[in-house]
Design a binder for this molecule. Structure first.
Ligand code: GLN
Ligand code: ZN
Length: 767
């Protein structure tokens, strides 16, 4: 019999109950017992939900209060010194200190552990910090505790562990040693965890090894062999890879002495035949055929055909059907979305619905089409409606896309010439000052937007309110002496949502939350149809702001790659095609801004680097279309209009040629924390031996992630470091990023220091 199985369920709860519980605990309103009780209630609800949907292998132990990688590090005793742990179970206060740091009030303040993106998802994990000679010890067997908790229901679950090789490769060492060298020290602890699980009656354990989707060294592949040879006793191990094909790691993964292998059949569909060839017949094969990280309904008939092809080769005795990866990355339940467009809703499936799909597919494979006739009919109808929808596939968008020629991606003149035209028009001093766009989103700002949405105020009142804030912002930017002003982005709820709401082809959910990190959730927009821009989106505000000043007012847009990257995207056309559609929509906006007298236009691309594919071999193709989309969005302006871009913190070394190829006139980046080291990539001969960055650069001189207000001296010092790496004419003076999360009490003095710092550096340069 085919087993319906799941790899992981969202922890946060359909109404973000975990967020509420965590925040109540952090603020001191509730105690540890209440937090643990809320967490346990969520686990129970989710286990029952999965079992009720017909899932035979329900995962447990993948639940984490904050992050599953942090849980693993804590379980293994890999806890940096200074956080109050010496042995035994890790306390909640140590756990949250590692996750979030402690404030300086509980002196001495502890920094949170570093956080980074979980593969190419928008989930972030805490990076374990290890060092040579690291000792590991089992502090408490968390999967075992959750397994027992489920047994009490009673339910026999499948415990989930982050596998040892992935754990090590996702860690960082503080001393430059290779984390893989710690494998031998780590394996006995894993063996102990497994033995205890077997003893408690676990038949299967799911070992997540997502690093199998990355380019691995021979040493890493050898580590897999060593690790899994060490776990030969019960329970049965299901080795799970996901987020991509196994590629060069297939031979290793397929021959490890484990009971079964899970593959991502969504992203790794092309690899299926190779897997069928390589995997010994006595192994279980778990087919991740329901997309675990996107929101679309599965085409059950097509999926079933694929499953039957596998069954024809291997039989159904050792088959599992599953989502491609943990459902952590999709919202909990579509049924809550009462306001979604009815057509669009019919094409979607969130975590709860995906469980039904998995169960239906397993049943259909065993019992035939008639056993799941109703599900098949509903799926067929949805597939047909989506394919045929004239709202999804719009002729005018297709026509425009075909008409997007190479010349539309080219500025009229090369940068050197544009610089002259822009200089003549803007007359900016050396080291011009500006900000990245947003000003504080105060309670009043958010209330005004909320009131408009709830229709508590009229559109006119709303507009005059925003205009009042713009008036103030313009006035004090002039008073401070900033050179290129911004309007402040008061009208924007979010840099993607604001635009998505005004574009065709986008939908927004009410409860479509997915965990970003800890208690923080995002509700990404869903791009469901061809994208176009029915009307200008920002021109009204930018033109108003420009009318209030003689200084240049910078127009502010979100770039096509970021619009794509921070949304759920269509699975019926390539990402690159959607991105080009968005690029054309942004291009319309750029054109209109220029026509409205805006001479500096910033197109933000903070997600540009995070779009890089997991495997190096796929980078060039991505960079190619990503750069082309940015150019398509921006190369419509005159020589004397200056195009800026902004990218937050990024490692630019390995992608410098692509950054230069975007052909912006200026780029601003986050450089304060790295003390300008990130700028090395922009220096000729560095950054992979490139020609350097040919245009202007605004290296951030104020770390806006901290409430600390830096003084002029610090900024002058940073600018000195920048001047060692760049030509004076290249340098802009600006904060690291937008100021929406800061307070006015911080913004005013910090920007005053920034303007003073620019003046001081101008003096130094004149000597
Ligand atoms: N213009 C945006 C702002 O200032 C940029 C934000 C970002 O890069 N994440 O808020
Ligand atoms: Zn930024």
């Amino acid at each position: 019999m085919t087993l319906a199985s799941n790899l992981g369920f969202p922890r946060i709860g359909r109404r973000r109950e975990l967020k509420t519980a965590l925040e109540a605990f952090w603020s001191g309103d509730t105690g540890a017992a209440e937090l643990e009780a809320s967490a346990a209630a969520l686990r129970t609800r989710h286990w029952k939900l999965q079992a009720g949907a017909g899932i035979a292998h329900v995962p447990s132990g993948e639940f984490a209060l904050y992050d599953h990688v942090l849980d693993t590090a804590c379980m293994l005793g890999a806890i940096p010194p200074g956080y109050g742990w010496s042995e035994g179970k890790v306390s909640l206060s140590t756990y949250f200190a590692l996750a979030r740091g402690t404030s300086a009030a509980d002196a001495p303040g502890l920094p949170a552990m570093e956080m980074t993106k979980w593969f190419d998802t928008n989930y972030h994990y805490l990076v374990p910090r290890l060092s040579a000679g690291q000792r590991f010890t089992l502090t408490s067997n968390r999967p075992l505790e959750q397994f027992r908790e489920a047994m009490a229901l009673p339910m026999r679950t499948r415990p989930v562990l982050l596998g040892p090789v992935s754990f090590l490769l996702l860690s960082k060492t503080t001393d430059g040693s290779d984390p893989l060298d710690l494998l031998d020290a780590l394996l006995p602890v894993y063996a102990q965890i497994l033995a205890e699980l077997a003893e408690a009656g676990a038949a299967w354990v799911q070992m997540d090894e997502p690093v199998l989707a990355l380019d691995l060294t021979d040493k890493a592949r050898q580590a897999f062999v060593r690790a899994y040879q060490a776990f030969t006793t019960a329970p049965e191990i299901l080795l799970t890879s996901y987020f991509g094909p196994l590629g060069g790691n297939l031979a290793t993964a397929a021959t490890l002495p484990v009971a079964g292998l899970h593959i991502d059949l969504v992203r790794g569909a092309a690899e299926l035949d190779a897997v069928l060839d390589a995997l010994p017949p006595e192994r279980w094969l778990s087919l991740g055929i329901v997309d675990g990280r996107n929101v679309w309904r599965t085409d059950l008939r097509t999926a079933l055909a694929t499953l039957r092809r596998v069954a024809a080769v291997r039989g159904t005795r050792r088959l599992m059907v599953a989502p491609s990866c943990s459902l952590l990355h999709v919202p909990v339940d579509l049924a809550q979305e009462s306001a979604l467009d009815a057509d669009v809703k019919g094409w979607l499936a969130f975590a709860t619905q995906k469980l039904d799909e998995v169960a239906a597919l397993a049943r259909g494979l065993d019992e035939g089409d008639t056993a799941i006739a109703a599900q098949l009919a509903a799926s067929d109808a949805a597939v047909r409606a989506r394919q045929a929808s004239p709202r999804v596939h719009r002729t005018e968008v297709a026509v425009r896309l075909t008409g997007a020629t190479e010349t539309m991606r080219q500025r009229t003149s090369p940068y050197a010439q544009r610089r002259e035209a822009q200089q003549a028009k803007l007359r900016l001093p050396l080291f011009p000052t500006t900000t990245i766009g947003s000003f504080p989103q105060t309670a009043a700002v958010r209330q005004a937007r909320a009131a408009l949405v709830r229709r508590n105020i009229t559109h006119e009142t709303y507009e005059t309110t925003i205009e009042g804030w713009i008036d103030d912002a313009v006035r004090w930017q002039e008073e401070l002496g900033l050179d290129v002003l911004v309007h402040g982005e008061f009208e924007r709820n979010d840099m993607v949502k604001y635009f998505g709401e005004q574009l065709s082809g986008y939908a927004f959910t009410q409860h479509g939350w997915v965990q970003s990190y800890g208690s923080r959730c995002v509700a990404p927009p869903i791009i469901w149809g061809d994208v176009s821009r029915p009307a200008p989106m920002t021109v009204r505000w930018s033109a108003y702001a420009q009318s209030k000043t003689d200084r240049p007012m910078k127009g502010m847009l979100t770039g096509p790659v970021t619009m794509l990257q921070w949304s759920f995207v269509r699975d019926d056309i390539p990402r690159s095609e959607t991105c080009r559609q968005i690029a054309l929509a942004i291009r319309d906006e750029v054109t209109d801004l220029e026509a409205a007298g805006i001479a500096v236009i910033q197109v933000d691309e903070p997600a540009f680097r995070e779009g890089l594919p997991l495997r190096h071999a796929d980078w060039a193709a991505y960079l190619d279309w990503a750069v082309a989309c940015f150019r398509l969005a921006t190369c419509c302006v005159r020589d004397d209009t200056s195009i800026h871009t902004h990218m937050c913190y990024s490692e630019f070394n390995d992608i410098m040629p692509a950054i230069a190829d975007m052909d912006a006139d200026a780029i601003s980046i986050e450089t304060t924390r790295s003390r300008m080291e990130l700028l090395d990539a922009f220096v000729p001969g560095q950054g992979g031996g490139t020609a350097g960055y040919p245009a202007e650069i605004g290296p951030g001189v104020w770390d806006i992630h901290s409430p600390r207000v830096p003084d002029t001296r610090e900024m002058v010092e940073l600018l000195g470091l920048a001047r060692q790496r760049l030509e004076d004419w290249q340098i802009w003076v600006n904060p690291d990023c937008g100021l929406k999360t800061r307070k006015w009490e911080e913004v005013r003095p910090a920007l005053k220091s920034l303007v003073d710092a620019a003046r001081e550096v101008r003096r130094q340069a004149a000597i």
